[in-house]
Design a protein around this ligand. Structure first.
Ligand code: ZN
Ligand code: ZN
Length: 376
């Protein structure tokens, strides 16, 4: 008997678009839904698609200030103002048309996933459009307008959920979610990420462990550049399963950014889709072993938008569905992806091994230090 799985479909999330030169292209998510569909995962008997309503202001204001929501709405409707104060301007967070509406759709999509899992309609749910983990209570950051994973977590707390574990495997530190629940003992945040003084956002070192009312509620695994599959998986397995199980969450929320890939243009970890396959299987087992099967997953970063992101998240969604799918990708999807990219896209989900990474030894040393810190 397979678990019931929800696939959040929000085609209108395509308006979350910072413009043609920006790395966070809507095609990342659109091609993911297309590939899930090409594999017919959405037609499986245990899969249902979940509709989305944009998050209303009251829901967004569970984590964001009313002034920030107001500024986002006005700036996205062409009004003039001091929007730089809220993180908007040239660079990572340019003002774009209907920013508020776009962010509210993405946040509503993560709430829809959380709602389906919390109400018992499904066991697992996936919002590929979500995972905007850098947004702060009062400002946009790192391509992120509203912090949809934090909004979904805050919404769950509001429903009476007592403990939520958040695991973030994006190559960047999940700083927004960590900051929002820094002093909240009901939320455990764990982030594995590339770390270095020059690397965005700069936070996420070992010593960040939660606020005075929630000591130990944040765990960070700061990994050096060029960490490969094997050392990354060792780090994940040394930290995540035990910490999540000890927390006894009612819901597991995961951010599945795939900018950890060796070919990603914005970061320097050295992962392949093999690590994604193994991490997804581990998270799936963990959801059942530690969280009663309640698993809400979002997308996240990933800037090889045609070559990597759709494959990474289709692998994760197939794992959620307990579906064994062919390694060779349906040719009609390849054709469409290559047309949009104007270049070649891999023909299989799997990839050749890259072998050890130059950062592996450093990653292992970080894990040894962290393990000593985590011994009660
Ligand atoms: Zn399951
Ligand atoms: Zn990222």
């Amino acid at each position: 008997m397979s678990d019931r799985v929800g696939l959040v479909l929000a085609p209108e999330a395509r308006i979350y678009d910072h413009g043609p030169e920006h790395p966070l292209r809507p095609d990342r998510v659109l091609l993911t839904w297309d590939l899930i569909h090409a594999y017919e995962l959405d037609a499986r008997a245990n899969v249902e698609t979940l509709a989305v309503a944009p998050a209303d202001d009251a829901t967004l204001e569970l984590v964001h200030t009313p002034a920030f929501v107001d500024a986002t709405r006005r700036a996205g409707h062409g009004e003039r103002g001091d929007w730089a104060r809220f993180g908007y301007g040239p660079g990572d967070n340019p003002i774009f048309d209907r920013m508020h509406e776009a962010g509210a759709i993405v946040a509503g999509a993560s709430v829809a996933a959380a709602n389906a899992v919390w109400s018992g309609g499904v066991d697992h749910a996936f919002n590929a459009a979500g995972g905007l983990h850098h947004a702060m209570p009062d400002r946009a950051s790192g391509f992120c307008v509203y912090d949809d994973p934090a909004v979904a977590i805050a919404w769950l707390l509001r429903q009476g959920c007592e403990r939520i574990a958040y695991v973030d495997v994006d190559v960047h530190h999940g700083d927004g979610v960590q900051a929002i629940f820094w002093d909240e003992p009901r939320v455990l945040t764990i982030s594995l990420h590339q770390f270095g003084s020059w690397f965005f956002p700069g936070s996420g070192d070992l010593g960040e462990r939660g606020g005075p009312h929630a000591p130990g509620s944040a765990i960070n695994v700061p990994l050096p550049a060029f960490t490969g599959d094997e050392a990354w998986l060792e780090a994940f397995r040394a930290v995540v399963p035990e910490a999540v199980a000890a927390f006894r969450p009612e819901v597991l929320v995961t951010q599945l950014g795939c900018d950890t890939h060796a070919s990603d243009p914005l970061a320097q970890l050295q992962l392949t889709t093999q690590a994604y396959r193994e991490a997804a299987a581990d998270l799936h087992r963990l959801a059942h072993a530690a969280a009663g099967g309640h698993w809400v997953a979002t997308g996240g970063g990933g800037y090889q938008w045609a070559r990597v992101v759709p494959r990474a998240w289709t692998i994760a969604f197939a794992e959620m569905c307990d579906a064994a799918i062919p390694d060779v990708i349906p040719p009609a999807w390849i054709e469409e992806a290559e047309l949009r990219l104007g270049g070649e896209v891999p023909a299989t989900l799997s990839e050749p091994e890259l072998g050890p990474g130059a950062g592996d030894d450093g990653a292992r040393a970080v894990v040894r230090t962290l393990e000593e810190m985590l011994i009660p």
